[in-house]
Design a protein around this ligand. Structure first.
Ligand SMILES: Cc1cc2nc3c(=O)[nH]c(=O)nc-3n(C[C@H](O)[C@H](O)[C@H](O)COP(=O)(O)OP(=O)(O)OC[C@H]3O[C@@H](n4cnc5c(N)ncnc54)[C@H](O)[C@@H]3O)c2cc1C
Length: 427
């Protein structure tokens, strides 16, 4: 079984292009493809239309027989799909374990993302024996800080969303790292009229009779204009990693309100992760394929046939992995758990970081929006790394259908597609 992570490459492009000569070829790039990553199989969860509504998250979070505990962003009702929600969920699972466990028990934790490490830290602090099993050859899961042009290029989470009262902001202060306050309104290329039109439709979301089973698409026009499609793309696939037809209205209502601005981390998200981890050992390349549980404890089977015995297990793998059922549970998980796994969506958001010899774009904005009448949902939202980090880098994002389409393309094709968009934008 492959234990490599998300596709990430870095090399100069060889393609030559006509157009504005100021739009130079990139000298390096980093690309994600989270759906092709066997340890993620998605970027983050979303609430799909179902009779369960947001209850799907609490059903997934519920322990099974005081032996299996579940954490991870998908189990967070307060802050789903976020890094801080993941960390909080790991701490919540640790409290559940502590309530049930005898002193000094051995707890096995599957996954070393924020939820796994947050859980491990809380249990180690209470003197439990902890074994963290990680399938990849690195920690962090969907926190993965790479570097381009000497700046941290986040392949997973970039922002601390809602920095006031956020656990991530507290840790950032503890380690004394700087932050960059991101201003989504400092934007160029936004189609104000389309955004206003979208807001009028979105007002109808509040009136949906059954927000659990009604889709966001159902309150939108059936054949939106190209401009409205771009606005929809920015508010849904690029935020929820799923299309309006895949999202329930409840997906837009769940979770606690975020307070305070969003922050970027000029020194990298991995430094917060390292602070949470402390000195906790993680067994890398330990791919879990089976979990047997019963009154006497749990036996975790690894891909090479080896086993790990423990009193209890905390499972933090992403919803994409649970859906793919690459881990065999024995006995099979209760119906309620399986229903929750089925009902929750596995969304896709992918990133492309590009480094250029020098900036050719608007240097003073945080966001560059782009509306291509021929292909409205492609490369429609960019982060200006020059403003945030002082280096000539751009970050382009695609979500939902476009991200799935690009996930099937080669690196060269993805870079080429982005460069064609940039040529149009700056022609
Ligand atoms: C492109 C992208 C952009 C994002 N942007 C933001 C953002 O700006 N702000 C924000 O707050 N959040 C963002 N998120 C979401 C955030 O990254 C996640 O919610 C969070 O990191 C999830 O943490 P977790 O511990 O729940 O899961 P993970 O970090 O995925 O951890 C689960 C771990 O389980 C391991 N694992 C999986 N299967 C097995 C197995 N069989 N055996 C052993 N180990 C296994 C994985 O390797 C992984 O390390 C983004 C995510 C992505 C992908």
């Amino acid at each position: 079984m492959a234990v490599t992570g998300t596709v990430a490459s870095c090399k100069p492009s060889t393609t030559t292009r006509r157009g504005n000569p100021a739009v130079r070829e990139p000298v390096a790039y980093l690309r994600t493809s989270w759906s092709n990553d066997p340890f993620a199989r998605c970027s983050y969860s979303y609430l799909a239309p179902s009779s369960l509504g947001a209850r799907a998250r609490t059903m997934l979070a519920a322990p099974v027989g005081d032996r299996l505990y579940f954490a991870g962003e998908t189990t967070s009702s307060e802050a789903p799909s976020t890094a801080h929600g993941a960390l909080e969920s790991g701490r919540r699972a640790a409290r559940q374990v502590i309530d049930a466990a005898e002193e000094g028990e051995h707890i096995v934790i599957i996954g070393s993302g924020f939820s796994g490490l947050g859980c491990a830290r809380a249990l180690v602090d209470e003197d439990y024996q902890v074994t963290v099993l990680e399938g990849r050859d690195r920690i962090g899961g969907r926190i993965w800080t790479q570097h381009i042009a000497g700046v941290p290029a986040e392949m997973g989470a970039s922002w601390i969303h809602g920095s006031s009262g956020n656990v991530m902001t507290r840790i950032l202060k503890e380690i004394g790292d700087p932050s960059y306050t991101f201003d989504y309104d400092n934007v160029t290329g936004e189609d104000d009229q389309a955004m206003r039109e979208l807001a009028r439709y979105e007002a109808k979301l509040e009136d949906a009779e059954d927000p659990n089973e009604t889709t966001v698409a159902s309150v939108m026009p059936r054949d939106p204009s190209a401009a409205l499609r771009t606005a929809l793309n920015i508010n849904y696939p690029l935020e929820y990693a799923a299309e309006p037809r895949q999202l329930s209205v409840m997906a837009t209502l769940e979770g606690r309100d975020l307070k305070g601005p969003d922050l970027l981390l000029p020194r990298g998200y991995d430094r917060i992760l390292a602070q949470v981890r402390g000195g906790i050992p993680v067994r890398m390349r330990h791919v879990v394929t089976g979990i047997q549980y019963g009154r006497d404890g749990v036996t975790v089977t690894l891909w090479d046939g080896n086993t790990v015995q423990a009193d209890r297990a905390v499972i933090t793998v992403p919803i994409g992995v649970l859906k793919a059922a690459t881990i065999d549970f024995e006995p099979t998980l209760p119906d309620a758990k399986q229903e929750a796994i089925k009902a929750l969506g596995a969304g896709l958001l992918d990133k492309l970081w590009l480094e250029f010899p020098k900036p050719f774009w608007d240097k003073d904005v945080d966001v560059i929006e782009w509306f291509d009448p021929k292909n409205p949902n492609l490369w429609s939202w960019w982060v200006n790394g020059y403003k945030a980090f002082g280096k000539p880098v751009l970050l382009g994002l695609n979500g939902g259908d476009q991200a799935h389409r690009l996930a099937r393309a080669s690196d060269d094709e993805v870079v080429d597609s982005a460069m064609r968009a940039l040529q149009h934008m700056y022609s």
